[in-house]
Design a protein around this ligand. Structure first.
Ligand code: FEO
Ligand code: CA
Ligand code: CA
Ligand code: CA
Length: 678
């Protein structure tokens, strides 16, 4: 079907008075980018083109395929997606393909250390520090001795739903984002402590037993990192005036990590937790300096009013960043600058302090993705800033990789770049380096620490391309192509569309990808295209928010999706795509799909329960066990229904009178023992 025919179909399907045709006219870029992509596909599908170009998804695919050959004698790519797609589902359960099974493990409140306190709404703040946190997100499996049956599962806990956490909230008509009731205008300190301890990261040893089922092992490496854990500030911002506080007058330490969304895993075996929507946890009732205001620190109370803890303890009131003391070492005016970083954690050393790696920039880090490390070359990683019209960044280490000696200090020296996507399909990495390209006193930047603390402002100044909410990314191990989800941006309008973000009112998001020039991951220029557009299928499509798969074909019942968020490319180059969508109809509950970047096949693999998002993904080394997270089931429960425990979801316990819906990890395996997805 030609583009023209497709447009015609869309128009006819909507009938008179509907908007698609006029929207397309308002937004010609959408068609042109699709056309360009299809033209590329046409070239790539030809055998000569595929072999010669090695471009966009095709690179080494032929080399790892089965022995079958196509008409031209070159190897045909193996069929990566060997399962039958599951349908859209609105059921309050996990749906996996035929021939697969699953198990739910470590829901919020699972005891993992200390006195192993069991889950209860009456659990204390101290109990929570010995239990799995809430709102599971990014995650990675660290095998012990290379095992695929024994390892440390490390996972983020992005945020909390306070109404589910406290006895004082039960029976009260509260929304999902509301705090438990204030008492005399204050928060009971133990409630604040419990919420802070439900944030952060869990490290938990898990082993595989009979029937493929996994269980938690009591282990000295089990650990909770929370919003209170001491952390070191490393890199160029360490010791600068920007991070001096009453807690750390020399600006070298801080406490806790917040809103840990996506993650990363380094070539040297450590874990990276991202700090995403941290700004809302703070209040600043006085002058809001640019390092607060550009990130959204407001004068209203913090997200859960932690600064109002009734005992006035230092670790709680620090969330009020108003100027109170004689200088920065007497108050917490700089506390918000201690957040917005990537945090490195060594999961195998439970006594180690997590390290905030400031050279990688300060923004709403969704996560970080490392390109496969190459001996003798810089280490390269990418990180998106998930907010409307924010940017995608790349960090290139100053030192070259040496597997024998590489460690986290590599992340303290290097160059942070921000992406500019040109409309012609080329792109540039713009360096954020003090003293270069006007990032100096003339334009208000006084040091590299200043550039990093104000990463967003430096990127603004350099002319980076504002994106439709960059979420997760991944690098295709077969060819180095980098994929990033752009989850949605309903504020995008005709006046600010560009080829990389071509949709007006982008409700369902898209996935962009690029190849670094010259096959060098550290290159400063690249070529890009759009991998897929999320959205409805053609039959019931809505203007430019109709979805298109990697071949440019309309999405179907097997693969409609909205708001791609989590993304991971497995060792065989399957592109796993996770939804975080607020649209129930026609997409059903949030799901996980898989794409074959070579053939363009796209299939729905798993659907979650009601009112949740699927996020976080990792596998055992043998790829026979997949772990994903279900975050915030039942979050849409209305205040009135909450008061009567009539949750929209009762997953995973289905005992609403004693246990509310809880975030949890889901383990998935293939019944025949094969590679998941194959
Ligand atoms: Fe925490 Fe951008 O998702
Ligand atoms: Ca996310
Ligand atoms: Ca979310
Ligand atoms: Ca999201």
């Amino acid at each position: 079907m030609s583009i023209e025919q497709r447009d015609q179909l869309v128009y006819i399907d909507h009938g008179e008075g509907d908007e698609p045709l006029s929207t397309r006219k308002m937004n010609p870029l959408f068609s042109s980018i699709l056309e360009a992509r299809l033209a590329r596909r046409q070239v790539l599908k030809g055998s000569a083109g595929a072999a010669a170009l090695g471009f966009f998804g095709l690179g080494l695919a032929g080399c790892k395929s089965s022995s079958s050959s196509d008409d031209n004698g070159s190897p045909a790519p193996a069929d990566l997606l060997g399962f039958s797609a599951v349908g859209v589902s609105s059921a309050d359960q996990i749906v996996v393909p035929e021939g697969y099974s699953y198990q739910v493990i470590i829901p919020w409140g699972t005891p993992i250390l200390g006195s192993f306190p069991s889950f209860s709404v009456n659990s204390t703040g101290a109990d929570q520090a010995e239990q799995i946190g809430s709102h599971h997100d990014g995650m990675h499996f660290y095998p012990i001795n290379g095992s695929s049956e024994d390892g440390l599962l490390v996972l983020n806990h992005e945020y909390v739903e306070p109404r589910l956490m406290h006895a004082s909230a039960q029976g009260v008509a509260l929304s999902s984002g509301a705090t438990a009731p204030l008492v005399g205008g204050q928060r009971p300190a133990d409630e604040v402590l419990k919420e802070m301890n439900a944030h952060g990261v869990s490290v938990v040893r898990i082993v595989k037993g009979v029937n493929n089922e996994w269980s938690v092992q009591p282990d000295s490496m089990n650990r909770r990192i929370t919003a209170l854990t001491p952390m070191e500030i490393q890199g160029p911002v360490r010791g600068s005036d920007f991070v001096k506080t009453l807690y750390s007058p020399n600006g070298t330490m801080t406490r806790g990590t917040l809103n840990n969304c996506g993650n990363g895993y380094t070539p040297w075996g450590t874990y990276m937790a991202a700090e995403e929507n941290w700004a809302g946890y703070f209040t600043n009732k006085g002058d809001n300096p640019r390092e607060h205001s550009r990130y959204g620190v407001s004068s209203g109370s913090g997200r859960w009013a932690w600064e109002l803890a009734d005992n006035g303890a230092d670790e709680f009131i620090r969330f009020d960043a108003s100027i109170k003391g004689a200088d920065a070492t007497q108050d917490y005016r700089n506390e918000p600058v201690c957040f917005g970083w990537m945090v490195e954690i060594d999961p195998f050393d439970p006594t180690s302090n997590p390290k905030k790696r400031t050279a990688m920039g300060r923004f709403g880090h969704e996560g970080v993705v490392f390109a496969p490390a190459e001996e003798g070359k810089p280490v390269v990683c990418y990180s998106g800033d998930d907010s409307r019209f924010e940017y995608i960044y790349k960090f290139v280490t100053a030192a070259n990789y040496n597997a024998a000696t590489a460690n986290g200090s590599m992340l303290d020296e290097g160059t942070l770049y921000v992406a500019k996507f040109n409309d012609d399909g080329t792109g540039e990495w713009l360096p954020l380096v003090y003293g270069q390209n006007g990032l100096d006193e003339t334009n208000g930047f006084t040091s590299q620490a200043d550039v990093l603390v104000n990463t967003r402002l430096a990127a603004d100044f350099m002319g980076a391309t504002p994106m439709d909410r960059p979420e997760w990314g991944s690098v295709d191990p077969a060819n180095g192509d980098v994929y990033f989800t752009l989850t949605n941006n309903t504020n995008r309008n005709a006046g600010n569309v560009n080829e990389a973000n071509p949709r007006v009112a982008n409700r369902h998001g898209h996935i962009i990808r690029w190849k670094e020039d010259g096959g060098e991951q550290a290159a400063t220029t690249f070529s890009w295209d759009i991998f897929l557009f999320g959205g409805d299928s053609g039959d019931s499509g809505v203007d430019t928010n109709i979805g298109y798969d990697p071949n440019g074909d309309m999405l179907t019942a097997d693969n409609i999706l909205s708001s791609p968020d989590g993304l991971w490319i497995d060792p065989d180059s399957r592109v796993w795509i996770q939804m975080d969508s607020g649209y129930r109809d026609p997409f059903g509950n949030c799901a996980m799909l898989v794409a074959d970047p070579t053939t363009g096949d796209l299939k729905r693999f798993l659907v979650g329960p009601i009112d949740q998002e699927i996020t976080g993904i990792t596998m055992t080394p043998d790829q026979k066990t997949l772990f994903i997270n279900v975050q915030h089931p039942g979050e849409g429960t209305s205040p009135a229904d909450f008061a009567t425990r009539d949750y929209t979801s009762n997953w995973p316990d289905f005992t609403p009178t004693t246990r509310p819906p809880r975030s949890a990890t889901v383990v998935v395996w293939k019944n025949d023992g094969g590679v998941v997805g194959s």
